[in-house]
Design a protein around this ligand. Structure first.
Ligand code: OGA
Ligand code: MN
Length: 293
């Protein structure tokens, strides 16, 4: 297995590995270290089936069954389908609008996610270039580059994150297929407080943990002051030197850090340009510091 960094703020390609075969414990450790260091790992040209994909993802932690999970691979409730395709029965085959806006997966959950893993089975291509890229921003760098006074203001403070915030933004977009969340779904994902600064379990370094998708306000702070700080933080995250964009190829398995990055799906493709991704959400359930020590 070879780890080849992109040389940009995030990203590494993991070459000479076939995810159809179980990885050794030492390979998993290498990948966890690389995930912390590079944030986005691409395993190109993988041809694995759903079972092998799920087994690979599960090596890094328990897999979440999404609270609004409508689309999944048959027999695998934990493997979601993201797709803009319509089946022969006239029904959507997957969630067609996942992640279209800057966010961090599962920040709305008391138990947070370590990583998301996607396997690209269909990628829209136009003029021989793939469209529908996924963008990432480096939250280790974003924290490091904050003014010292703001670091001190954030330290020890928490913010409220709410699943319904992003859901409603998406639901209100023209043509959305999303329904209002049910009371049961809301009960299962109530708003939660998260530290604004976390020590990343893979790197031991501080990261900025706030995202426009789910973060509502800073707890216990005057609302105007909270809005001003969050607005500053979200603009700060937009700095060009924190940005990395992944252009997909069919067969890519992409694994990204859901503690040290925020991400955004660019929906610059049309309904007749098929995109199909398998998706596994890896929860932060293992003792990572001891694994990477
Ligand atoms: C997600 C997500 C981005 C994409 O699955 O959580 O944000 O490009 N997906 O599909
Ligand atoms: Mn996402």
């Amino acid at each position: 297995m070879k780890v080849i960094p992109t040389g940009q703020t995030l990203g590494a390609s993991i070459e000479a590995v076939d995810l159809a075969h179980p990885l050794s414990a030492s390979d998993i450790r290498t990948l966890l270290c690389a995930l912390g260091q590079y944030g986005v790992l691409c395993f190109p040209k993988q041809t694995i089936d759903t079972a092998a994909f799920a087994a690979f993802a599960r090596r890094f932690g328990e897999l979440e069954v999404n609270v609004a999970n409508q689309f999944h691979e048959p027999g695998f409730p934990e493997i979601m389908i993201l797709s803009n395709q319509i089946g022969s029965d006239g029904k959507p085959v997957g969630l067609n609008d996942a992640g279209q806006g800057w966010h961090t997966d599962m920040s709305y959950s008391r138990d947070i996610a370590l990583a998301n893993v996607l396997h690209a089975l269909a990628v829209p291509v136009r003029n021989r270039k793939s469209v529908g890229e996924t963008q990432f921003r480096n939250m280790h760098a974003a924290y490091d580059e904050l003014p010292e006074t703001l670091k001190q203001t954030l330290e020890g403070n928490t913010a409220t994150h709410d699943f319904e915030k992003f859901w409603e933004v998406m639901r209100c977009r023209p043509g959305s297929r999303r329904a209002k969340l049910t009371e049961e779904q809301k009960r299962r994902k109530p708003p939660v407080s998260q530290p604004l600064v976390r020590v990343h379990p893979l790197t031991g370094r501080k990261v900025l943990y706030a995202n426009p998708g789910y973060t509502m306000w800073i707890d216990g702070m005057d609302r105007h002051e909270s809005d001003t700080i969050l607005d500053y933080l979200f603009r700060h995250q937009e700095r060009a030197d924190f940005l990395y964009a992944h252009r997909w190829s069919v067969g890519d398995v992409l694994m990204w850090d859901n503690i040290g990055t925020v991400h955004n799906a660019v929906a610059d493709y049309m309904p007749d340009e098929p995109r199909y991704m398998r998706r596994a959400q890896v929860m932060a359930t293992l003792d990572y510091p001891s694994l990477v020590a």
